[in-house]
Design a protein around this ligand. Structure first.
Ligand code: GLC
Length: 468
């Protein structure tokens, strides 16, 4: 395959032998249709395991109930505060809902979370969050007002109700101590109490996938799946209550936060994991965990590429065998470089300048090889994500006993939005692996933050109805 790709560059001096040696490494990252089909079936099995009460403890896909069952009925209204914690930024939003369907973000602010706060103590993290909220309330002139609040907290949590979320484990770049096993709503309330300045009424805690599904659901009633491909990757969908053995009751549906990033943590993906995936995993904050996520999402793709480039250089296949000090630095090859490199069509000028910034003097052949590595890694990520999604939509179709299902997936995340090919590869894979489903992908605007406010609005409406 690389050979045919390289034919386009008739000026290349790559020898046949060099092409073959490069391809030997990349070969195991080009997934065949059969492999993708297998991944999809394996994922489906893990979903079933996660839903079953007896099998859940050993399932790698945890299928966490979210207690989100109701969708808006159009009578919701009011102002709501939303917090969004999950990536490198913390966001606070004021969302106005009028007649359920019409909603808008009135004001919002983004606060960067410093690394030492992400990986310090839990008290420091929550004090920092409360400090940001305080600044925001002052900015919107609402310091004394206690608005209902929705908290998008994008980590795996065990929930027994909508406004409780026990953190199971940190993922992505977070490692703050004293939080795992604790209810994050209590941690937030404690921090608010410590500050003695304002009070907040936490109505709902939701995952970003759930917020995304919900906010897209306002635009498109077929939207019953949420997908994030950004720093991390995960998906949620509406499951029949009768299949959710962890929660009592058989009526209606509940949204399930699958936490699909941990697919493969039981070793079931070992056949397709390569030496590069293993190294990236071993050097991460959470070795052995989130193996699927580490093959798909923004936090890791650059690291995979960096490790391949190092290996190629050591084998004399790149940069005349000379590795720069900078290339040896973990995290230096950002995932946005993959997008920039793949957008570079003609003379590979961008590739040249990115490599130069990494202290690497490249020849034309080097740039062609680097671009090919980026293509292969992003393509594999798109395909794996598609294989997971195909299993999800096909399960929904079977749940409903339908021969054909039309469904919409609400999507958010930087890799999905900004990579030039990731989304199309994923769409293609879903189409190929779930031919009985017609899947539309709807890109969400600000979904994870807005969604939490909307879920809060629905919960407030139901709560008020119960009081009458
Ligand atoms: C990680 C988190 C998950 C979140 C995803 C996308 O996988 O564990 O909860 O949805 O990242 O942000």
């Amino acid at each position: 395959m690389i050979a045919s790709h390289l034919l386009a560059y008739f000026f290349t001096e790559l020898s046949h032998d060099q092409v073959q040696r490069v391809d030997k490494y990349l070969y195991c990252m080009r997934l065949s249709d059969e492999t993708l089909q297998e991944v999809s079936s394996l994922f489906r099995k893990e979903m079933e395991k996660g839903l079953g009460a007896d099998s859940n403890p050993t399932a790698s896909v945890k299928m966490l109930p979210t207690f989100v069952r109701s969708t808006p009925d159009g009578t919701e209204k009011g102002d709501f505060l939303a917090l969004d914690l999950g990536g490198t930024n913390f966001r606070v939003l004021l969302v106005r809902v009028r007649n359920g369907m019409r909603h808008s973000v009135e004001k919002h602010k983004i606060y960067k979370i410093p690394l030492d706060i992400m990986q310090g103590t839990g008290d420091e993290l929550f004090d920092y969050i409360v400090n940001c909220i305080s600044k925001f309330l002052e900015y919107i002139g609402m310091k004394g007002v206690s608005l209902p609040l929705g908290f998008t907290f994008s980590f795996p949590c065990h929930q027994n109700r909508l406004n409780e979320a026990i953190l199971l484990k940190w993922t992505k770049g977070f490692k703050a101590t004293g939080c795992e096993g604790e209810d994050v709503v209590c941690l937030l309330r404690d921090a608010i109490r410590r500050r003695e300045e304002f009070d907040l009424n936490v109505v709902a805690v939701v995952n970003d996938t759930v917020g995304t599904m919900m906010s897209c659901g306002f635009e498109d009633p077929y939207c019953e799946v949420g997908l994030i491909v950004g720093t991390g990757s995960n998906a949620c969908y509406m499951e029949e209550m009768k299949n959710v053995e962890l929660v009592e009751g058989d009526e209606g549906r509940m949204c399930i936060n699958m936490e699909w990033g941990s697919f493969g943590d039981n070793g079931c993906l070992d056949d397709i994991r390569t030496e590069f995936d293993v190294v990236v995993d071993e050097n991460s904050l959470n070795a052995g965990k989130q193996r699927f996520e580490k093959m798909i999402s923004g936090m890791y793709l650059g690291e995979i590429v960096r490790n391949i480039l190092i290996r190629f250089t050591e084998r004399g296949l790149l940069f005349r065998g000379r590795i720069s000090e900078r290339l040896k630095t973990r995290g230096i090859f950002e995932t946005k470089f993959l997008s920039q490199i793949e957008s570079d069509h003609l003379a590979l000028v961008q590739v040249h300048s990115i490599l130069q910034r990494l202290g690497l003097e490249s020849t034309c052949d080097d740039r062609i090889i680097v671009k090919e590595v980026c293509t292969v890694i992003a393509r594999r990520a798109g395909q794996l994500c598609g294989a997971g999604m195909a299993a999800v939509v096909d399960k929904i179709r079977e749940n409903r006993g339908m021969d054909f299902l039309k469904i919409t997936v609400g999507v958010d995340g930087s890799l999905y939005k900004f990579h030039p090919h990731f989304s199309s590869v994923m769409h293609e894979t879903v189409k190929q692996l779930s031919p009985k489903c017609e899947v539309t992908f709807l890109q969400s605007e600000d979904g994870s933050g807005k969604g939490a406010a909307l879920i809060t609005a629905v919960a407030c409406r139901i709560r008020e109805a119960g009081q009458h």
